[in-house]
Design a protein around this ligand. Structure first.
Ligand code: KG4
Ligand code: ZN
Length: 338
């Protein structure tokens, strides 16, 4: 079979990323992070789109150079159409459209959430999930449990009604005075702490949906109450607070997964999205797998957080199906599953 070279572009939030894939293998996966948001404690959409504008040309050039692939060798260009921030998506979308037009090659639109799921099919010789499987996508923008019937047939079984799980981590970190994004820091401190030190109330949401806004408020009130009694409460108990908050979040996620397995009878479980980098979640998932006989799949760290390689793998499978889009396509911040 002819070799397929896909250039993939991801710009849905605050990372500008470009990747080159040869069939289902990654030749390069360049990511430019945006530190400009740190001082604001969250992503500022207008600053994100300006940074994407500055980054996109060098990041794409680097990806091609690292892959040792010339523009004229490309088979198609894949890009994130949505969901995400409008201004950020516009940069990647416009760039991909112009480049595909200039080169006279097909253009492929990709749903960011499907890409987090299909990242498991980037081939590095690892074991891959078999259809149908359950995918839990956990990131700064989303929390979903999805039944994946085939590459392009996915059903959302449950999702968050308010905050995403990444926001629960980041907002907890903010309450504790930690810099943005605080999720990885909570993970680091949690390793030294006692997960049973403090008990936080878990939400009671029916079915497979999630809610994290109550947990954030619960942690905020708890911290306010304790610091009124002892001004040094946070610094004296940081590891225990982080471990307890993380433990609560992990339990919420694992309880829903258990429910999803019971409901569907599917025991192939894959996780994806930036929060799947969390060590507490990884450990709990492995333990549940052993206890209940699940096959569990966790992508490599660089394919968990936002990256263009995952856009490229979706691009590759769409290329095989001849599923191309036209120059009339537009960025779609609220893009849903088809
Ligand atoms: O998928 P991602 O890179 O971007 C979105 O699409 O949102 O996910 C970013 C989120 C942030 O909320 C970040 O704090 C969280 O993933 N995150 C973590 C960890 N690493 C990243 N949360 C908890 N523990 C981690 N180790
Ligand atoms: Zn993401």
């Amino acid at each position: 079979m002819k070799n397929t070279y896909i250039l993939a572009i991801e710009s849905s939030c605050d990372d500008t990323s470009a990747a080159v894939l040869l069939n289902d293998k990654v030749l390069s996966n360049e990511v430019a992070n945006q530190s400009v948001h740190e001082q604001y404690g969250g992503v500022v959409p207008e600053l994100a789109s300006r940074a994407h504008l500055q980054n996109i040309v060098p990041v794409v050039a680097q990806a091609l150079e690292k892959a040792k692939v010339g523009k004229e060798e490309l088979s198609a260009i894949a890009f994130t159409r949505g969901p995400g921030l409008m201004g950020s998506l516009l940069v990647g979308t416009s760039f991909a459209k112009s480049m595909a037009m200039g080169l006279g090659i097909p253009l492929i639109e990709v749903n960011h959430m499907q890409a987090h799921i299909l990242a498991h099919f980037i081939d590095e010789g690892q074991k891959k999930p078999e259809f149908p499987f359950l995918a839990m996508t956990i990131s700064g923008g989303h929390t979903q449990i999805v039944k994946v019937n085939s590459f392009f047939d996915m059903e959302i079984l449950g999702e968050t009604l308010d905050d995403a799980v990444g926001e629960a981590f980041d907002k907890t970190a903010k309450i504790l005075g930690l810099p943005y994004p605080g999720g990885p820091l909570i993970d680091t401190y949690a390793k030294e702490g006692n997960p049973e030190a403090f008990a936080f109330a878990k939400p009671n949401i029916s079915g497979l949906n999630f809610s994290f806004s109550g947990l954030k408020t619960g942690i905020l009130y708890f911290i306010q109450k304790q610091t009124a009694l002892n001004a040094n409460f946070i610094s004296e108990n940081l590891a225990d607070i982080c471990a307890s908050a993380q433990h609560t979040i992990v339990q919420i996620l694992m309880n829903k997964l258990k429910k999803a397995v019971k409901q569907t009878g599917i025991k192939q479980i894959a996780i994806g999205g930036g929060v799947s980098a969390n060590s507490g979640i990884r450990t709990a998932l492995t333990a549940m797998g052993e206890q209940y006989g699940w096959d569990t799949f966790v992508p490599k760290f660089q394919y968990c957080t936002d990256n263009a390689a995952m856009i490229g793998i979706v691009g590759y499978y769409k290329y095989l199906n001849g599923d191309f889009t036209t120059q009339n396509t537009t960025a779609q911040p609220r893009l849903s599953f088809k």
